[in-house]
Design a protein around this ligand. Structure first.
Ligand code: PLP
Length: 390
């Protein structure tokens, strides 16, 4: 067995590498979660996190994964039997749809090809046709982590407005928040769902919902059962810096530090860094002669690139080879595209040389797999990165 030295290359699109600074912030003795020291921490992170969602509305922080936040969004706003409009953009939109059905919501799913995002024109058409306003919510995944496709949320908002439809807009930003520009208030999103383990550079374990006034009003009347996920209980406790149950104290120390890091770099610079890495990765892909699963250039994800393997090669065997030989984890193909694609994550605590190393690992793997005349994607990426150094 190969013994690896140096750092493991974790190039999956989350959980992402956690900065040492954040790890040190988490490494604290436990404190009383009902004491004033905790309340000070909670008040600070509950306020600071709003700057990342770009909202003045409350953001709830659950001790949960992103799926918990999905559930919170549904159970706090909708009633069994109510209609929701969802779009099949990939594996994660499909999981959210399955969850909605488990809560007896009447899901209208607009089928998709797993290669494109949500088309605002389709949102508008479906809402225009819903003259009785039976649709209570439109649910969209901002960045489909399985396909590497980013949906234009501003466009979706525009479509809802043009249709003059009162449906709530719910957006999953699990793999975009803190990495791709996102504006909860400006885009009039009603519930934004997110998680800690990707752009926020934390370990998994925090789930977020940012809530508009309209969503909060819906939560006062809707009929879905809820207990752990109740916004009401949480918001009441949060007023004084507490939680209705034991919070993830250590992760909250980490969150405070991660938010500080994002602001030290500047959110626009963080987004620009991800955009550079997305573009450099795509240039490497073109040089390798491989195809991006995401078809439309204006929907290419800047946080993850999903690569189609040539037909006679299995993507999982390729990932295993790269892991065995170079100690690098690449993202697996999920759902419908399992075995057909691998994913290169370039999200979170990530810099040019980490990307160069990751692309070098992919390139060596492609050569070892005997994939036809691979020319240097690394060179193509480095040339672009060097040009773009500010
Ligand atoms: N939504 C998206 C876009 C995701 O990428 C993920 C996980 O990767 C989830 C939801 C589910 O989050 P979790 O696995 O933290 O429950």
């Amino acid at each position: 067995m190969v013994k690896h030295t140096g750092r493991h290359f974790l190039q999956i699109p989350g959980p992402t590498s956690v900065p040492d600074r954040v790890l040190r912030a988490i490494d604290m003795p436990m404190i009383d979660h009902r004491g004033s020291e905790f309340a000070d921490l909670a008040m600070q992170v509950l306020s600071d996190i709003k700057t990342i969602f770009k909202t003045d509305s409350p953001v709830i922080i659950f001790p949960s994964s992103g799926s918990g936040a999905w559930e919170a969004a549904l159970v706090n706003t909708l009633s069994p039997g109510e209609k929701v409009l969802m779009f099949e953009t990939g594996h994660f939109s499909s999981l959210w749809e399955k969850m909605a059905k488990n809560f007896d919501l009447d899901v209208e799913l607009i089928p998709g090809d797993w290669r494109t995002g949500v088309d605002p024109a389709l949102v508008e058409k479906n809402l225009q046709n819903d003259t009785n306003h039976r649709i209570k919510a439109v649910c969209v995944v901002h960045n489909e982590t399985s396909t590497g496709v980013t949906t234009n949320i501003k466009g979706v908002r525009g479509a809802i407005d043009t249709a003059e439809h009162p449906a709530l807009l719910m957006v999953d930003t699990v793999s975009s928040l803190g990495a791709v520009d996102y504006r909860h208030d400006e885009w009039k999103v009603d519930v934004t769902v997110s998680g800690s383990q990707k752009g926020l550079m934390l370990p998994p374990g925090l789930g977020f919902t940012a809530i508009s006034k309209k969503a909060l009003e819906a939560s006062e009347k809707n009929k879905m059962g809820r207990a752990y996920w109740s916004w009401k209980e949480m918001l009441k406790a949060n007023e004084t810096g507490f939680f209705p149950y034991t919070p993830a104290v250590g992760l909250l120390y980490g969150l405070k530090e991660a938010i500080a890091m994002l602001h030290e770099e500047g959110l626009n610079n963080v987004f620009a860094r991800h955009a550079r890495h997305g573009e450099a990765t795509r240039r490497a892909l073109s040089a390798w002669g491989l195809e991006n699963l995401a078809i439309n250039p204006d929907e290419h994800s800047n946080v993850v690139t999903t690569v189609l393997m040539p037909k006679d090669h299995d993507a999982d065997s390729f990932r295993k080879l790269v892991l065995d030989k170079f100690d690098m984890s690449l993202g697996a193909g999920l759902g419908k595209v399992a075995g057909k694609v691998f994913r290169i994550g370039h999200i979170g605590h990530h810099n040019d040389l980490m990307l160069a190393g990751a692309l070098a690992g992919v390139e060596m793997g492609l050569r070892l797999s005997g994939i036809r005349g691979v020319s240097s994607g690394v060179d193509a990426a480095l040339e672009y990165l060097a040009e773009q150094v500010a």
